[in-house]
Design a protein around this ligand. Structure first.
Ligand code: AMP
Length: 273
């Protein structure tokens, strides 16, 4: 496994690679959710590149950028064990330029839900993902459906900017009790973890309602909120796969999304129906 820190060096190496490349961008603090993306990339491509870069431009002021968990040694072990070929570890200076050109998420899709709570977050995500895709020029790039809106916007960017890459969405990995894995789960105390389990319980309730024929989104959302008693709800929303708000849920075309705060920790989760 090669560890490359220098952007120009990776671009040079990449030019000489003729194989299919799978690419998994991450911010490190790797867990089984990341590993599932990496394993899929390793299975579907001749070579896999994983990037570990805590991207400053997607954090808003007051967010946990400087405190974002870092577990580099462990991350490298995980990558090695998973047979990753190249780990890309750039620093901010080798990714960003002064007064550089900026990508903007479309307001009607980028500034709702996650983007409403975290304005300009997706501008930063798209900016760095476009750079990383251009540096690695992969055949396929892997993203988790846990960050559903991010996956949607990246797919949209790839389509509309005619990027020559297949954007692959991967299923959400949860722990035994149903909590979606996240690098931020380590912030949760035992008591907060218990409260966080209400998220998947509420999503389960929504799918039970749908299975029993309920499609009215207002009703589904209010039943979900009844379960989310002990957490601070940021939003509970039901959208179609193009992130338009729905009055009536559409089977095979809907995503039910939750964002909450448990203590100081912000958690998101969703199910695709
Ligand atoms: P991050 O390091 O948080 O930027 O995440 C890197 C990638 O891993 C993103 O595409 C995430 O959507 C994905 N990811 C994070 N957690 C999970 C999870 N529990 N299941 C599946 N994918 C995940």
């Amino acid at each position: 496994m090669q560890i490359i820190k220098n952007t120009d060096e990776l671009i040079k190496i990449r030019r000489n690679l003729k194989q299919n490349i799978g690419f998994v961008p991450t911010m490190g603090a790797l867990h089984l959710g990341h590993l599932s993306l990496i394993q899929r990339s390793v299975a579907e491509n001749e070579l896999t590149i994983v990037s570990i870069f805590v991207n400053p431009t997607q954090f808003l002021e007051g967010e946990d950028f400087s405190k974002y968990p870092q577990t580099l040694e462990k991350d490298l072990q995980i990558c090695k064990m998973a047979q990753v070929d190249i780990v890309f570890l750039p620093n901010t200076k080798s990714i960003y330029f002064k007064d550089e050109l900026k990508i903007k998420a479309p307001p009607n899709r980028g500034f709702i839900l996650e983007g409403l709570k975290r304005p300009a977050h997706f501008d930063g995500v798209l900016q760095v993902v476009l750079k990383l895709l251009n540096i690695t020029t992969p055949t396929r790039a892997y993203f988790g459906k846990k960050d559903a809106q991010q996956f949607y916007l990246i797919s949209k960017m790839a389509r509309e900017l005619f990027l020559d890459v297949e954007i692959v969405g991967c299923e959400i990995v949860r722990d035994d009790e149903g909590l979606a894995l996240s690098s931020r789960n380590i912030y949760l105390s035992t008591d907060e973890r218990k409260k966080a389990l209400l998220i998947s319980k509420s999503l389960k309730k929504s799918s039970d309602l749908v299975i029993n024929g309920e499609l009215e989104t207002q009703l589904i959302k209010s039943k979900m909120k009844e379960i989310l008693t002990d957490v601070e709800i940021e939003y509970v929303e039901i959208v179609d796969r193009e992130f338009r708000l729905l009055k009536n849920l559409e089977i095979h075309n809907s995503i039910i999304l939750i964002a909450v705060r448990v203590g100081k920790t912000r958690l998101i989760d969703n199910i695709w129906i």
